[in-house]
Design a binder for this molecule. Structure first.
Ligand code: FES
Length: 156
């Protein structure tokens, strides 16, 4: 993991503070989340304290500080999906998993995030489950879907 981290950091040769967000984005893309090691190394490289980095990174809700769940759900909350009821989907997923967007369930099974338009506006509300699209989703379908996914994880 640290080899990748060093390789990514080295790409930002000049180590300017403006590089912080793109650098963190690239690390997250590569590693799935921002580990403590990543934050410390980035801080040392850019001459920023870890507190400062956490402060800036938590401002952007795209960053996660723990690994994502085995099942990653994305819920579109773009205008069209919003008008078609994405908020009730978000509420239901929150109820079913007991976590907020960007968090991971304690058993490491689920995480979810809210995203803007995923390009399927006519079929909204749209969610993806590990990249697989589900269209015209209704909040009432969520308990059954989560139950099925749990079954798949438990029997994997
Ligand atoms: S607004 Fe949800 S797919 Fe476009």
């Amino acid at each position: 993991m640290s080899t990748d981290l060093d390789t990514i950091i080295k790409k930002y040769k000049q180590g300017k503070r403006e590089d912080l967000i793109p650098l963190l984005q690239e690390i997250q893309e590569d590693q799935g989340f921002l580990s403590e090691e990543a934050i410390v190394k980035t801080g040392t490289f850019l001459g920023l304290s870890t507190t400062k980095i956490y402060g800036l990174a938590t401002f952007y809700d795209k960053f996660r500080f723990i690994p994502a769940g085995k099942i990653q759900i994305k819920i579109c909350h773009g205008t069209s999906c919003f008008l078609n009821g994405s908020q009730s989907i978000i509420n239901r997923i929150k109820e079913e998993t007991g976590i907020n967007p960007g968090q991971t369930t304690r058993d490491g099974n689920f995480s979810y995030e809210i995203v803007s338009c995923m390009g399927g506006c006519n079929n909204g509300p749209v969610i993806t489950v590990n990249g697989e699209f589900h269209s015209h989703v209704k909040a009432e379908q969520l308990p059954e879907l989560i139950k099925k996914l749990k079954y798949v994880i438990d029997n994997d």
